[in-house]
Design a protein around this ligand. Structure first.
Ligand code: ATP
Length: 437
């Protein structure tokens, strides 16, 4: 088995995603909606597995964390108080020659168009929020926005969480959900889209707490999560965002940047939001957001550390990182070397031929395993093509039922990475996979 030099490209990732059902273009039959994608049967499994792992690491395994599921639509007062109406804006320039639009703060050289070197118009600020109207009559309706971050529901619900749980500061609230941004420049597949999913935590601490230590702990955990989902730690970098470039609410931000196939850019962010949000909601709502420490009766408005991790960017990083090609017997084998925990399908059950006895035996095996693992039963095409499909979608194990299986009650289990095959008794399969998976 000869390992070929890495030839992974964005084009290959996009093609595989579509061909195998990870990611589809949104509204494709109408020519597609720009920078909008949807997740297919395998994409949704991969995303669910990533979310499950994230929730396990950041909520289930921590006594100081709970979750919520807030709404996409909030009162417009939330976005006024949070500063998003006034400040969540990006600087836009338009090329006077080719009329392409760019976010000027993202240009290497903001003095001329990167496409045609033409001159730019003056910078204009552009809201990153999608406006919408609640109510049947547009003119009389309530104007609000689709949330550009999941965080605000957490700030608004923070007192409800305190009064309904036994949590005391320091503690955190986690949330996974959709966010929407009217981005000026989108692109690079699912890297920057209008609609995306975030996995966010607001971690509440005392203003006297050593925030740097908590900040660094989260940074470590984010790195660990990257490794857990198969990212190469050599490929991500902590970029400390300098004064003047941080979001309006942040006193310190580290962008965890990643070496994408198109260059280095942000994967996830970690910010010290101070008491900015709670103080602003307190002022705007008139509700006291202070916390009283039950140990010493000290009263304060908590400060907040926020790890914010884009799920779609995680999917793209994982697909790019795990995509591999190698030559086997003169043929190219494409393998998605996904960590087992996030592989969409854990076990594929494949009858060697479409003979009735093999099909019924295979279905028996499928029934035996399906409640514990996401399995796929496949009787179409040649066995070689079926192996190739399972390699491409990252299935760690294929179970083949052949004519001998009918006699010896054993099946062949093929390992995705080593391609080694084990002959395993059907009655011992469950035990075998408990160990393997
Ligand atoms: P960028 O500088 O790339 O626009 P940002 O600094 O505005 O990102 P944050 O506000 O920190 O991003 O959002 C937290 C996380 O949400 C990001 O680290 C990223 O993973 C994800 N994210 C933000 N915007 C998008 C988008 N348009 N498409 C997909 N994911 C996004």
């Amino acid at each position: 088995m000869e390992k070929k030099e890495q030839t992974v490209t964005m084009e290959k990732i996009v093609n595989l995603s579509k061909r195998r059902g990870f990611v589809f273009q949104n509204s494709e039959i109408y020519g597609g909606l720009a920078s909008s994608y949807e997740y297919g049967p395998l994409g949704v499994e991969l995303k669910n597995n990533l979310k499950k792992l994230w929730w396990k690491m950041f909520v289930q395994e921590r006594a100081d964390m709970v979750g919520i599921d807030g709404n996409i639509l909030q009162s417009p007062k939330v976005w006024e108080a949070s500063g998003h109406v006034e400040k969540f804006k990006d600087p836009l320039v338009e090329c006077k020659k080719c009329h392409k639009r760019f976010r000027s703060d993202k240009l290497a050289d903001p003095s001329k168009c990167p496409e045609c070197s033409g001159p730019f118009t003056e910078e204009k600020y552009f809201s990153g929020m999608f406006k919408t109207v609640i109510g049947p009559v547009e003119k009389e309706g309530l104007v609000t926005y689709l949330r550009p971050e999941t965080a605000q529901a957490i700030f608004v619900d923070y007192k409800n969480v305190l009064s309904s749980t036994n949590k005391r500061i320091p503690f955190g609230i986690a949330q996974i959900g959709k966010a929407f941004r009217n981005e000026i420049t989108t692109g690079n597949f699912i890297f920057r889209t209008y609609e995306f999913e975030q996995m966010e935590i607001e971690y509440f601490i005392s203003p006297n707490e050593n925030w740097k230590k908590i900040f660094d702990n989260f940074l470590n955990q984010m790195h660990k999560f990257g490794e857990l989902v198969g990212l190469d730690k050599e490929k991500y970098f902590d970029h400390n965002i300098p004064d003047g470039e941080r979001a309006h609410y942040s006193k310190k931000t580290i962008d965890i940047e990643y070496d994408w196939l198109f260059g280095r850019d942000e994967l996830w962010g970690l910010a010290y939001r101070t008491d900015f949000d709670l103080i602003n909601h307190q002022k705007a709502s008139g509700i006291d957001m202070a916390y009283t420490d039950p140990m010493n009766n000290e009263k304060y408005v908590p400060h907040v550390i926020e790890p914010s991790m884009g799920l779609d960017r995680t999917v793209l990083a994982v697909l790019s990182e795990c995509y591999d090609e190698e030559e086997v017997g003169g043929e190219l084998r494409t393998v998605l070397r996904l960590p087992k925990a996030i592989a969409p399908i854990k076990i594929a059950i494949l009858p060697l031929s479409k003979k009735e006895e093999l099909i019924s035996k295979s279905k028996e095996v499928y029934d035996l395993l399906k409640s514990d693992y996401m399995c796929e039963y496949d009787e179409t095409q040649s066995i070689g093509k079926r192996y190739r499909r399972q390699d491409e979608i990252g299935t760690p194990y294929c179970v083949t039922v052949d004519f001998d299986s009918l006699e010896d009650k054993k099946v062949t289990v093929r390992d995705r990475d080593t391609m080694k095959q084990d002959r395993v008794e059907i009655s011992k399969l469950a035990e075998y996979f408990v160990e393997k998976l």
